[in-house]
Every structure is written in structure tokens, then in C-alpha cells.
Write a protein that binds this ligand. Sequence first.
Ligand SMILES: *Cc1c(COP(=O)(O)O)cnc(C)c1O
Length: 352
Amino acid sequence: MLPQPVMQKAQEELLDWNGQGVSVMEISHRSKEFIALTQQADADIRELMNIPSNYHVLFMHGGGRGQFAAVVNNLLGNNGKALYLVDGSWSSSAVEEAKKLAGDAQIDTLNIVDKTDGISRVVLPELSEIKQDYRYLHYCPNETVDGIEIFDELDSPWPIVADMSSNIMSREIEVSRYGLIYAGAQKNIGPSGLSIVIVRDDLLQYPQLTQASIMDYRLAVKHDSMFNTPPTFAWYLAAEVFKWLKAQGGVAEVAKINERKAETLYGFIDSCDFYENRVASANRSNMNVTFYLKDESLNEAFLAEAKAAGLVALKGHRSVGGMRASIYNAMPLAGVEALVSFMKAFADKHAA
Ligand SMILES: *Cc1c(COP(=O)(O)O)cnc(C)c1O
């Protein structure tokens, strides 16, 4: 979900943005007014994430998967190698795309999830002991589908590339520990179609593969993310979400609420015999809470009754089954509390 005040503001000014007499969708991306919007968005995301000045912030097309390709094309070159840590479904997809573009020989992978006893636990490797000259290390700190989050900072001898599509701005991080951070916008930032790329200046000097110009970071930097017409409406909404986040007190404040939301939901699941979560407590995602009904024959009834109670989008990804509550920044604590009371009532009603 997106923050309701942002949606309301967008509705109010849909036909007449900023006194222009037309929609933000209808004005030129090169107009002075739209440029001012992009500059404000840049300043706001830099403030929210405390981004150092030697990093570029790019607003690009193509969501998260677009960056699976762009990262390879921009950072690997013809003879570089990269290491991909695999902790779930999205990092596996990133590997697949990387191998497709660069070939198997340039991409090393390391599975970092131990599933002993059916509980997923992240075991981080001692990276400094790996004697390889990688251009970068890729990982996904929040595996959206699996409900696995890595809270520990990695100690990497190589620049870290992180897919933060589903946990960007959900808690404070130190940007200077990363070479590149990217995120499809549609989970925590705005509507789909946009991706945010935060890249340290020196990585732009890396040897590139031949690639489409619209994916080229150097061109994006040179043209202020306007090499071609950007997704202007998505950019506008993202800018409004940044303002909303600042009004909430910034990422540190939102992180506190996110903690409470996650504790509320996991606490209930653990306390109730009817449901279970299968992720080690240190790696339970604050954004995507996966859970299973112990009696899976009740799954359909659970989803139908939840929907009737106004609780939607709870079905787990088809690859893992079960249920998943995505509780991104815009989800208020009251939303989680409503889910918990529904789950409690459902368990009471259906417990054998
Ligand atoms: C959703 C998601 C993606 C894919 O995003 P698209 O915009 O659909 O390409 C990639 N990585 C993660 C971690 C995601 O959650």
C-alpha cells in the first residue's frame, strides 16, 4: 500500500498540479516545474537516507528486475567476476539474469540459507577468507517472498551491491558501506515501473558490457536521469512519499513503528498453536511476514474470510505457499492489529 495522505494529495491535484492548470502527467519533464520536483526529490532522499555526496541517485525505468541486468551491464565488463549470495527467490532470479548476460564463468554463487529442521537461518560466510578478485558482491538483504531479512552488515572486501527493493527506507542503514543500492519502487517508495539506484561515483569507472543506453548509469548521471522520458508520474508520487516520510520524522521514526508492527505479528504467531513461522528469529523480515496455517486444508477458508473482513493480499507466493503479510512503511500499526484480531478469531472458530 501507499500512504493514504499521499494518494489523497495526488487525487486532489490530479487535474491541476502546482497551479499549472494541467496534470503533472501532462507537463514536459524538462519544464522548470518538473525539474524543481526532481531536485526536491533528490534532496529529500539524500536527507532521508543520509546519502554521502560521492553517491549519485538515479531514477530509472524497469523496476527491480531491470537492475538485475543493469548491474551486470554496468559493473562487470568482459572479464570481471562477481559473487552472488543467495538467500531466497529474488537473489536466485538475480543470479539467473546475471548468468544469462555474462555467462556462468563470470558469476559465482554462494547459498547462505541453512534449512535444517525446516527453519530458514542465514549463515553469513567469512568473506575475507575468499581469495578472489570480484568486481562486486551482490546480495538481497530482504527476501520478499521468503520473509527472510539480513540485519547484520556484511564485511566485504569487494563493493557491495544490494537489492533493497522491499526494505529500502524501512530502517536506518549506512550508505557508505555499499557500492550500489537499488530498489524497484513499488514496495516502499511509490508505484511500479520506477527504480531507484544509489551508486558510488568510482563504480561508474568500471568496465561495461555493451548495453542499451537507457540502462547505462553513466548516461543516466550525465542526463540527470532523463536520457529518455522518465516515468514522471511515478517520480512525482515517489517525491510525495519522501515528503510524507520526512513528516513522519524520517527513517528512524518509521523504523520504530516497523519494529512494533513486526513484533506484534510474530509475537502473536509464536503464541498461537494454530499458525507457524519458519524463519529463525534473527532473520525474520520486518517487511514480509510469512506464516503457515498448521492445517493447510484451511488455507482457502482463511483467505476468503480475511477478504470478507477487508484484509487482502495475504496469499503467500506460489513458490512457497502459505500466507504472507507485507507490512511496508505505509501500513499502519492498526492494520497489523486488525490482522492479528482476525487471525485470533479465525483460530478460535476453526481450532479442532
Ligand atoms: C519485487 C522485487 C523485485 C522485482 O521487482 P520488479 O519491479 O517486479 O522487477 C526484485 N527484488 C526484490 C527484493 C523484490 O522484492
